[in-house]
Design a protein around this ligand. Sequence first.
Ligand code: AVI
Length: 322
Amino acid sequence: MAKHPNLVHANPADALTTDVLEGLKKEPKELSSVWFYDELGSFLFENICELPEYYITRTELQIMHAHGNEMARHIGPEAAVIELGSGTSMKTRLLLDRLQDPLAYVPVDISREHLFDAAGALAKDYANLHIVPVCADFTQNFDLPQFIQTAPRRVVYFPGSTLGNFDRTQARSLLARMRELVGKNGAVLIGIDLRKDPGVLERAYDDAAGVTAEFNINALRHVNRELGADFDLDAFEHLAVWVENESRIEMHLVSKRDQVVHLGGEQVRIGRGEHLRTEYCHKYTLESFSELAATAGLAVNRVWTDPDQQFSVQLLEPARLQ
Ligand code: AVI
């Protein structure tokens, strides 16, 4: 993932056009997953989360229900919870409900609308909780409010396996940033999707009802609308493919014919059968994730999984220096 999805609306159109053109000139061609998330894309993503094939959301919720109390015990009382890319803060409630006297909840999201809607809804249900929304792109540096910076137990919550959408270098720096945010007494509670049968993954990212295919194609619709491109939406086919040596599932759009797309005064040729990669989601083993976390100075303290070990929620703490 290059940038946070909603950043699309924070940048001038010509910088975005340059970005898209750069991606289309790569070999193989790429289009950033930021383009998934316009209004329709966000709606489609909510639908994906409910699909029978997309086990991720369902399984993470199951783990939170089954082990939330134990997670809360490990986190301890008076924690300040910082959620990165908080969206609707739906899973957060499962955590907040179980924490002992949480000090504050800091949702961080680039979408002002999502942020304030979610914070408003939470404020109604958690009258004693300090809710301090921060409108920021969590992939970039941002400041926490002063009283959070000095809270004794700061916990970053990063559910949904979103870390998987970042390549190894980006994932490592994001984890290092989390470590910095929580300080030496803090913790990170993170959702990590686990490696599994490639067939299960390919179905999860290419469902029978075609919702993920529409989600993928919609990225082109979004580029057409925002940047005045002329992608022919019917001239592409959705593909989900497992890439073993990267341990990730990738989403591509495959051109059904030779075509020329116009964007920013340039012409881009796309050959029949040519692929445009739109997303990847890395899948980890417990071991490979623990190794990655260690490179960012974080040690895995606890791991909770579902009985089939499809997904994990992990508690990380700053690694103690020997
Ligand atoms: C947001 N992210 C964790 C989702 C995933 O599973 O990689 C995005 C998604 N793409 C297709 N389906 C869901």
